[in-house]
Design a protein around this ligand. Structure first.
Ligand SMILES: Cc1ncc(COP(=O)(O)O)c(C=O)c1O
Length: 379
């Protein structure tokens, strides 16, 4: 008999709901992936790289060409002036970056603060290293961070805090004041900061993304994780990167080199060329803000109540006025009966709490959004 290391962990809710959507023939607004075309130019860059013979292992930390393009985009956006060779590592999606960072630093018994609701890969990764996840809830009214609760949760054993802004699943974002507070707390309590910034370019209403990279003292103890999947609509390519000071990067790479070694070479070439043009990412927020607004406009008059979404491509909708079913049951019911799939928010909490809220992904063609809204208005 084997003894499971994660006996209570099942299949992720994203897989469960996408499968249910397929089986029911439902419109799938559950898992976060676009249903529109990827740039033909980006695909051409990748296929050219293949034709030119770039088909063998890339260097372990990532192609220098790609790391240069990343560095330029970070300089341009966050005024980042770090070292390309020792501070950027290209990974198999943000998921691998997060896993490598957690594995590199968490020893058995170390406590890790997780801000909930939380993306579902953090807790299992902490537990696989023998760490102890310590959940701290966002304010349930508006999903802002409650600093008193964060500070109260810190003990002698706290090693790391994992943050995520713009935030999946709620669409809330951290303000500059939050980052200043984070910097102060991290320094005072000697914490490492793992900052999941995969939606950094998807932020609305004129807000600016407050990356840990903007704060020089915070940067010295932070790992910032990004994903090309989100920025270039290529979630299936699974390429991301982590930016961290050299003393952290050297440890992260010890894990990365045996977890993945190196990332898909032709895709790295393609991304490097494509990323070099600022026009390919600087207006992404406008593109998605229009989709958010279209979705919100079209569901006006429905019985769903939107929660404010300031970033990401997810819109939370409360169905409290419609049903008191728990979120999983409601998501299943809507998928099977109304042919529209969403994601319950309860699996993002370690205690699976229910708030009668579902998450809808609006990274979809306008016609998909309109169809979805029409269904929601009937419920
Ligand atoms: C908050 C968050 N972090 C990390 C990831 C994983 O990104 P990737 O697909 O690049 O591994 C996702 C994907 O949905 C996410 O929403």
């Amino acid at each position: 008999m084997i003894k499971s290391k994660l006996p209570d962990i099942g299949t992720t809710i994203f897989t469960v709901m996408s499968k249910m959507a397929d089986e029911a023939g439902a419109l799938n607004l559950s898992q976060g992936f676009p249903d529109f075309e990827v740039s033909r130019e980006l695909i051409a860059h990748v296929s050219n790289a293949m034709k030119q013979g770039h088909n063998q292992y890339a260097p372990m930390p990532g192609l220098l060409f790609l790391r240069k393009s990343i560095a330029n985009s970070l300089k341009d956006t966050y005024n980042w002036n770090g070292d390309i060779v020792t501070e950027i590592t290209v990974t198999g999606g943000a998921t691998e970056a997060l896993y490598s960072c957690i594995t590199a630093f968490i020893h058995p018994g170390d406590e890790v603060l997780i801000i909930e609701p939380a993306y579902d890969s953090y807790i299992p990764a902490v537990r696989l290293s023998g760490g102890v996840p310590v959940p701290v809830q966002l304010n349930p009214e508006n999903f802002s961070v409650q600093w008193n609760n964060v500070e109260e949760a810190i003990t002698e054993k706290t090693k790391m805090i994992i943050i995520n802004s713009p935030h999946n699943p709620t669409g809330s974002v951290w303000s500059k004041t939050d980052l200043i507070k984070l910097e102060q707390v991290a320094i005072e309590r000697n914490l490492l900061v793992l900052s999941d910034e995969v939606y950094d370019r998807i932020i609305f209403d004129g807000l600016q993304h407050e990356s840990v990279l903007r704060f020089p003292e915070l940067r010295k103890r932070s790992m910032a994780v990004f994903s090309f999947g989100k920025t270039f609509h290529v979630t299936g390519w699974k390429v991301g990167y982590v930016v961290a000071p050299d003393y952290l990067t050297s440890e992260i790479r010890k894990v990365h080199q045996f977890l993945n070694f190196s990332v898909n070479t032709p895709i790295q070439y393609g991304l490097a060329t494509y990323l070099a043009d600022i026009n390919h990412y600087q207006n992404l927020h406008i593109f998605y803000e229009k989709k958010r607004d279209l979705f919100l406009k079209r569901i006006t008059g429905s019985r769903f109540k939107p929660v404010k979404c300031s970033g990401t491509y997810f819109q939370l909708l409360s169905y409290a006025a419609i049903s008191d079913k728990d979120e999983r049951t409601m998501a299943e019911y809507l998928t099977k009966e109304y042919k529209i799939a969403s994601i319950p928010v309860s699996p993002f909490y370690s205690d699976q709490r229910n708030n009668n809220i579902l998450r809808f992904c609006f990274a979809k063609k306008d016609e998909t959004i309109k169809k979805a809204a029409k269904i929601l208005c009937r419920i």
